[in-house]
Design a protein around this ligand. Sequence first.
Ligand code: CTP
Ligand code: MG
Length: 227
Amino acid sequence: PRVAVIVVAAGSGTRLSAGAPKAFVGLDEHTVLRHCLRGVFDARPAQVVVVAPGDRVGEALADAQEAAGERRDLVSVVAGGETRQRSVSAGLEAVWPDVETVLVHDAARALAPGDLVDRVVDAVDRTGWGVVPVLPVIDTIKRVEQDRITGVVDRAELAAAQTPQGFRRDVLEAAYRVARTEYTDDSALVADAGHPIASVAGDARAFKITTPADLARARALVSGAPI
Ligand code: CTP
Ligand code: MG
């Protein structure tokens, strides 16, 4: 099936506080966005939609076209919105008519590899369900009320969600049309619209660059340090 990947890059990166919107911060000579797009293009999508801050659409287009190389015709860039959900919605508007499967990916997961993207596409193909890559939860998780520990949560029944998340295009569009609140991720929005969601194995390299420590880790990884 024809696959479009929406890469949301319109956030401001408040918690990173690196002087520029997160997607435009350098990991080496290349930006977070450029690194993210390398993984995306490795999966050979039919279309890539980058959602950028309104005042950085041109910059994002130049960066994305360089990442695309001879496949630059596959790249569209649109302006994002106030929230991630609005940014995804803006990206969806730009998906070409013949696309059947849509993945939504955080630019901030700059080092997510192409085989993770492939795994999500294959699972959407096979099941028709929404698909979320997950990793096991490592920490022991406690239930708390203010200062008091009130219980322990069995971590075997928990998983940490990553992106790219994948959906049949018609399912994702229908779910966005009926969404009336803000959701923490696309799969929660789609689940609330009544569609089943499957999980596939996530990848440690798909961690989200959120804090300065995450940025330091991503920079160390691209410079060849072991994970
Ligand atoms: N995002 C977006 N539009 C928004 C908010 C977020 O496209 N209005 C994107 C970000 O660019 C990022 C992804 O959604 O790639 C995940 O969001 P997050 O990690 O929260 O990034 P920021 O919102 O930029 O960071 P912060 O919350 O620290 O400001
Ligand atoms: Mg945010």
